[in-house]
Design a binder for this molecule. Sequence first.
Ligand SMILES: Nc1nc2c(ncn2[C@@H]2O[C@H](COP(=O)(O)OP(=O)(O)OP(=O)(O)O)[C@@H](O)[C@H]2O)c(=O)[nH]1
Ligand SMILES: [Mg+2]
Ligand SMILES: [Zn+2]
Length: 352
Amino acid sequence: MPTQTLRQLGWRSFYSQQLTLEDLELALPARVAGVHRNRVHVLTETGEQDVSLPGDWTAQHDAAVAVGDWVLIERDAPRLMRALDRASFISRIAAGSQQRVQSIAANVDTLFVVTSCNEDFNPSRLERYLSIAFDSRVQPVILLTKSDLTEKAELYLEQLKNVAPQVEALAVNALSVDTVSQLQPWLTSGQTVAFVGSSGVGKSTLVNTLSGESLQATAGIREDDARGRHTTTSRQLIAMPGGAWLIDTPGMRELKIGAVERGLQAAFTDLSVLAQSCRFRDCSHQREQGCAIQRAVQEGTLDARRLDNYLKLEREAANATRSVRERRERERQFGRLSKAIQTHRRRRKRSE
Ligand SMILES: Nc1nc2c(ncn2[C@@H]2O[C@H](COP(=O)(O)OP(=O)(O)OP(=O)(O)O)[C@@H](O)[C@H]2O)c(=O)[nH]1
Ligand SMILES: [Mg+2]
Ligand SMILES: [Zn+2]
């Protein structure tokens, strides 16, 4: 890969503002292009290299480094000093019960939410993705792939007007350079975009068509249920000829949302507007008298499915928020306990 300037790698003043004089002397900014078990692959102004990940980084937090992150590495040794604050961060809750945060990508400008014009099309799932995107401070764009295999692409686009009123949506044939060129406005130099969606919808196909190379493996979907085969298994930052950065991600089976209350409100602004007319300010929009949202469902101006999904996502986000709070509280109490023990030991030592 030819060497790139920091700006070409996606560097902004937001990151340089985080550097101290000492950092400038000792460290080199680097962009994380791939994350492996105990090392990361990074891009710097002087080239690319592998840097080992300090053990306590991986042990302490699950989402310590993500693809797209900016980190500081030591000038004298291939060692990580610290990660810089993220301009944006896309994550989900890992499958299973432990509310573990799993990173998807960091410092992304545009999130392409990919779904196909077939069995994968699912408004409730799209609403999940959009809540995460809005909460991550990333602009979402919906891509409906496989438009070449259906006559109904326009119908699907029409349906999206109720699911994602403020979000741009495009129908594309991921295999065709012509239709994929519609993505160019988001792919200018230094921009970072990520592709997310179920397995088999064409994320890697899009990356290959855009880059003009077969960089990512792709595979046919299963005939019986139109599901993908989970061909892509790791996240990667890929350079585009025009200077943009693409992040291909593995297809997701389950997308559990974290504490994304703010993103949820942004994805459902129509409901927030209606809620202002509910009789009770703390209306739960389920059985109350004078609920404007229930009225809209009865009158047919709001899809019952959309309300149900909103209530479900709200509960999921509240659960995540509660577990974050509980974990913090546990850590705080643990910190207080170890402090008390230390003080006790010091006192005992002094009196000995
Ligand atoms: N006809 C047509 N086929 C497509 C289109 N997009 C993807 N495909 C095909 O769908 C299959 C799956 O595409 P991939 O790009 O591997 O899907 P993916 O989203 O990367 O899947 P995972 O890596 O498993 O998450 C491949 O056989 C592609 O050729 C499209 O727009 N039109
Ligand atoms: Mg793929
Ligand atoms: Zn209400």
